[in-house]
Design a protein around this ligand. Structure first.
Ligand code: NAD
Length: 500
């Protein structure tokens, strides 16, 4: 095990018996522990409603790690750092008991008063918890205090502003770490490096050479048991406002002056400020919503969204969004950024396709006189890698071209939302690096953009829902959106990275 420069800290997880903690946080902390990336001086306090003992909690953590990773070397030493406190979020006595426990652990582990409060709970509790953390003295220490907060950050701009104001009563902006786990993904972090470390790409990264950019994040699963949450959220709020728009910002931002948190975030903010904001007519023109009906997937026959548990049988909620974003600045004027995301689609895949403009004329004798455009494909998940699509000579006597692919395949960690992303983000937070967390200005501007679309959609019923069959790539209107501009969605299955 390595030694580490990561500062000591007390990590207090609210929602410690929940799904996120079990599937992501404990396995991630364990990885960090095993890799020696966590200070030896650390303690975790699990906080939740259930009346558990420390021993029950430790067993739970041990099982969670084992189920997620299939291994458990040094697990007893790892879980010896874990403690549990049963808790009622709105009761001051509960917080005072928590404070006593935190102070005691602070002394016994030598944690220097450094505290990370991780809110892995339903968002309606965020404000109440932060109020109490301050009022009941948990933030009153000599070390650092950091707040990690899960999505969703608000439901629209107004509720996000209210939540932000409430949280800011207790934590300053630089103490707040708003998680967008896409920003912890290896290939999302790689977007900046591909762009800014390659003389090959940066000169071409503009409207002179790029014809359009396509971002697809498709899921095979339906809403599963999250129907109640999803009915109020929909794909636009659940995926577009955060993950999809963050990827747009990383693709479109100007090179930062330095790789510091402030410089990178301020370039991302400038992208959001340049986004063309849509009026109702433009929403109709540039955004498509979909809802899945019954269909056939790899799992066999599946039901439609309206038949799912806790979903209204006349639901107007979208499970699919496709849209065209325009960035009104010198670099990007005229280049459409197409995004699409949905549930119960044909494949589980997140990919970015950068399509370059055609060469001025075709010199080769291809049968239909056509030539494939150059594409740079960034594979975010499940596979990770980059593919560059070029044209080369077809072997034989005729001078015809044929598309070829140059591949780089990362040794990927399988699965959406893998512990890997959380592991990186937890480590960043412990070290005080907020670069891969979203600043309030980004959240505010992305909600302002998304609100225009959701306001229109909520006030107009979509008469044709359900409008795509489960197991397909979404409604035909999403194809028409690109066809109007003379483009088409690059089929996900033809873009796969070949594993090295
Ligand atoms: P969950 O329902 O599985 O867990 C909720 C936790 O909150 C439990 O530990 C429960 O004991 C605790 N809790 C609920 N009411 C309480 C109360 N009154 N007092 C004290 N504790 C209480 O939820 P989850 O899936 O773990 O999600 C937590 C947060 O993370 C949510 O904001 C969710 O949107 C977000 N999130 C979850 C995932 C995921 O993969 N599960 C992914 C991204 C974001």
């Amino acid at each position: 095990m390595n030694n580490t420069n990561t500062p000591s800290s007390l990590i207090m997880i609210f929602g410690a018996t929940g799904d996120l903690a079990k599937r992501k946080l404990y396995p991630s902390l364990y990885h960090l522990f095993r890799k020696g990336k966590i200070s030896k001086k650390f303690a975790v306090v699990g906080v939740a409603r259930r009346d558990w003992t420390n021993e029950q909690f430790k067993d739970h953590v041990e099982t969670s790690v084992h189920n997620a990773l299939g291994k458990n070397e040094d697990i007893k030493e790892f879980v010896s750092h874990f403690h549990y406190q049963s808790h009622d979020v709105s009761d001051s006595d509960s917080y005072r008991a928590l404070k006593d426990l935190a102070d005691e652990l602070d002394n016994s582990y030598g944690l220097n008063g450094n505290r990370i409060f991780y809110l892995a709970m339903a968002p309606e509790f965020f404000g109440t918890i932060t109020d109490h953390l301050k009022q009941d003295g948990l933030t009153n220490t000599d070390g650092f205090q950091r707040l990690v907060i899960e999505k969703p950050f608000g439901h629209d701009l107004e509720s996000a502003e209210e939540l932000n104001m409430q949280i800011r009563e207790s934590f300053s902006e630089d103490q707040i770490y708003r998680i967008d786990h896409y920003l912890g993904k290896e290939m999302v972090q790689n977007i900046e490096v591909i762009r800014f470390a390659n003389a090959l790409f940066e000169p071409l990264w503009n409207n002179r050479y790029i014809s359009n950019i396509q971002i697809t994040s498709s899921e095979e699963l339906g809403v599963e048991e999250r129907g109640r949450y999803y009915e109020k959220s929909g794909a636009l709020r659940d995926m577009v406002q955060n993950h999809m728009m963050q990827m747009v910002a990383l693709l479109a931002m100007e090179p930062p002056i330095k790789l510091t948190t402030d410089e990178i975030r301020s370039e991302k903010v400038r992208v959001f400020r340049s986004l063309h904001s849509y009026n109702e007519e433009e929403v109709k023109e540039n955004f498509v919503r979909g809802q899945y009906g019954p269909g056939v997937t790899v799992d066999g026959k599946v039901k439609g969204y309206r038949e799912e548990d806790n979903v209204d049988e006349q639901s107007n909620t979208e499970t699919y969004v496709a849209g065209k974003l325009s960035i009104d600045n010198f670099r990007w004027a005229g280049v459409p950024f197409y995004i699409r995301t949905g549930k119960r689609m044909e494949a589980k895949s997140t990919k970015i396709v950068i399509q370059f403009k055609d060469i001025p004329m075709n010199l080769y004798y291809n049968k239909d006189n056509s030539m494939s455009p150059n594409l740079l494909v960034i594979h975010i998940q499940p596979e990770e890698g980059i593919t560059l699509h070029l044209n080369a000579k077809k072997s034989g006597q005729n001078i015809e071209t044929t598309p070829v692919k140059l591949n780089f395949a990362n040794n990927s960690f399988d699965g959406m939302n893998t512990p890997e992303a959380y592991e990186k983000l937890l480590h960043d937070c412990m070290r005080g690096d907020a670069t891969n967390f979203t600043h309030w200005d980004e959240v505010k501007l992305s909600w302002a953009f998304v609100d225009k679309i959701s306001d229109y959609w909520e006030n107009t019923r979509e008469q044709h829902f359900p409008n795509y069959e489960a197991g397909t790539m979404g409604p035909k209107e999403a194809d028409q959106l690109l066809a109007k501009d003379g483009f088409f969605w690059w089929p996900v299955e033809n873009l796969d990275v070949d594993q090295c």
